[in-house]
Design a protein around this ligand. Sequence first.
Ligand code: NI
Length: 408
Amino acid sequence: MDRIDALADSFREEIRAHWHWLHAHPELSGEEKETAAYIATELRKMGLEPRENVGGYGVTALIRGAGPGKCLGLRADFDALPIQECTGLPFASQNPGVMHACGHDAHTAMLLGAARVLLKLRDCFSGSVKLIFQPSEEVAAASGARRMIADGVLEDPKVDAVIGQHVNPFDPTGDIGVRPGPMTAASDGFVITVHGKGSHASEPDQGVDAVLIGAHVITALQSIISRNVSPFDNSVLTIGKVNAGTRRNIVAETCTLEGTCRNLKPEVRDAVAERMEKIVKGVTEGMGAGYSFSFIRGYSPVVNDPALCELVVRAASGVLGSEHVHIEEFPEMGGEDFSCFSEKVPGLYYHLGCGRPGEPCQGVHNSRFVPDEEALQVGVRLLTASALAYLSPAENADRQTPAPAQQN
Ligand code: NI
């Protein structure tokens, strides 16, 4: 462990420089050309042979250990958000209106750092580490994970498990949060349009008021969460956007409602979508209007593999001390396309504390979000220690020879 710490520390300046460059050059989902080129160049400098344009701007590279064994994927995302940065950092975004406000720059800098450390520790593991640099996490319709998988990222060599991390400013640097089972929620979207009939506002009987019907739809939809979903299942239904009408003295012809649903179980996800359409149909038709309804499937829940979770908790306890490894009580209701990996192979996704001591906490997706630089070191050490734990000869042997069944 001391060796990992010392190596991570020896690359401190380089890791910081990666972070600063990436932070200053953010690119939106699907447009990360320069970021991908930067990553590939840095991997080449390390003596690796990156594969580029994997499912879009994805980049991968393989680090081989001392002998044959399993292959572990380490994943970092690298797209930015359409936000005007207000941090005042000396290395703030040079692209107006675009900012690394979700820490994906830090994720990438840490994976580049972990690659450096792992290359120095090749003799300490068997099998291989596949570095997975993923574009386009923020836009569900263009998920980089999905596209990289379709382009074979989990093959040749076949990836046996994947680990990913995400910075979390609500925990202090030096702490991590993780849990077996669901870690993030399914995040779906929907658009509902009520088709009424316009009329003069003083003659509502001549029209079909899409605003009034839209209001009933909004209220009725909330009954799904309170009356149809079990109190023991987590589910959210939020309408975040309403658009209707043109003038105050005209009965609105249409009313459009847009929102999102979050939940953790496939059966709840399907049931909510089905109930929604029934309610929209019943309310609108009952009140004399027509409707259109589209349910846009986003990311599935990230479900952490229990055995992999145990392994990473053990490795993280060695790095940070077990008092700094928190088993989170609840999943987060946000979405994350790491689920595309964890649906295919055992996956583990954890939250890396990056709260700055003494600074007011700004959440991710905020124009003032700045992760604590020291968290980069922690993330590099965790990725490395987790990889060594998974690929150490003892662990490989354990998994290849199942323990005899207990007799009792
Ligand atoms: Ni993110």
